[in-house]
Design a protein around this ligand. Structure first.
Ligand SMILES: Nc1nc2c(ncn2[C@@H]2O[C@H](COP(=O)(O)OP(=O)(O)OP(=O)(O)O)[C@@H](O)[C@H]2O)c(=O)[nH]1
Ligand SMILES: [Mg+2]
Length: 325
């Protein structure tokens, strides 16, 4: 299962107690106060790490605590500071406050980090002529970690149009493929290998339908996985099975994207008309081209492999910002 949302609880270390003590000489006579302060508690730091790819570990371990500072001691000795706790997450993780839903930080690149909970300060000792104090408690927070898959290209389309068939053809990803809508329930990533070591990451997401932005079908929550992709591969079923019209599918799905996010709707799209091996597909393609004059369309068959090379070349060029001819 691909875990992309996790709830965790973090607690920074408490400050150590200040010491209450008085100097005593060798005859045990009480002198001036000499209690040292407590050490500061360690902070909780969340860091994006290149080697982490999922939030799976957080399913098993939800509580994360940094070390507390130790108490001060006599002879003005300060307590030791607590060690900071570093939590590693995949790049692309969004950190939200679980209570308010507010976004606290977006860790986009490897190496990005944030101190999410500050350690409590150590308490003052009595050495300055005042009473010794307890240390301050470390901050504690309930957080939601949300991972947005970072792929170069995202495959979008109605259910059953062949999105998963395409990703399994072009990469080693093996999502379930079946002839019914909503086969795919979780997003999947596939790495496409071209010659000369060129690669590209493609994301397959569950099918979208009209009303998805309002939660119909599997809802729009999967769209966030393609929010960060550079381009979208928009797949339309050209066999027009179940009485659907390819052109209306294309228009309706784009409307749906607009309702969800204007930015997502503005993302460059490569349009692929799938299932060209089916009867009537050629006639439907003609009709589709007429409606979308001037737009480049790639007729493909994810099953036979027809047209896939041309599609991938165009996708790769668009991802790299090269002109598509
Ligand atoms: N004839 C033909 N059938 C195809 C082609 N591509 C996919 N199919 C079939 O269409 C059906 C749906 O394919 P999927 O890849 O599961 O479709 P999907 O878009 O991922 O579907 P959801 O995950 O449910 O949204 C399967 O029965 C595939 O075998 C194609 O190019 N030609
Ligand atoms: Mg699928």
């Amino acid at each position: 299962m691909f875990i992309d949302v996790s709830k965790i609880y973090v607690k920074a270390g408490d400050g150590g107690k200040g010491c209450h003590s008085f100097y005593r000489d060798k005859w045990n006579r009480v002198g001036s106060p000499d209690g040292g302060p407590g050490g500061d508690g360690g902070a909780v730091i969340i860091e994006a790490d290149f080697n982490i790819h999922t939030l799976l570990d957080f399913q098993y371990r939800q509580h994360h605590k940094a070390e507390s500072g130790t108490h001060g001691s006599s002879n003005h000795k300060k307590g030791r500071e607590g060690i900071d706790l570093r939590i590693k997450v995949p790049p692309g993780t969004l950190i939200k406050d679980a209570n308010t839903g507010m976004i606290l930080r977006d860790l986009v690149k490897p190496g990005d980090l944030v101190t999410i909970a500050k350690g409590g300060g150590g308490g003052r000792g009595n050495s300055r002529g005042r009473d010794a104090e307890c240390g301050a408690p470390g901050e504690e927070k309930k957080l939601i970690l949300e991972l947005k898959l970072i792929a170069d290209a995202g495959i979008i389309g109605y259910p059953n149009v062949g999105k998963s068939t395409l990703i399994s053809k072009i990469s080693s990803a093996r999502p379930k493929i079946a002839n019914y809508p909503f086969t795919t329930k979780e997003p999947a990533l596939g790495v496409v290998n071209f010659s000369e070591g060129r690669t590209m990451v493609v994301a397959d997401i569950p099918g979208l339908i009209e009303g998805a932005h309002a939660g119909r079908g599997l809802g729009h929550e999967f769209l966030r996985h393609v929010e960060r992709t550079k381009i979208l591969i928009h797949i339309v079923d050209c066999s027009a099975s179940e009485g659907r019209v390819p052109h209306s599918d294309y228009v309706n799905l784009n409307n749906e994207l607009k309702l969800y996010s204007k930015e997502l709707a503005k993302k460059p799209q490569v349009i692929a008309l799938n299932k060209m091996d089916c009867p009537h597909a050629k006639a439907n393609l003609k009709g589709f081209k007429k409606c979308l004059k001037g737009k480049k369309i790639f007729p493909i068959s994810a099953v036979t492999g027809e047209g896939i090379k041309e599609l991938l070349d165009a996708v790769y060029k668009k991802v790299k910002g090269l002109p598509v001819t």
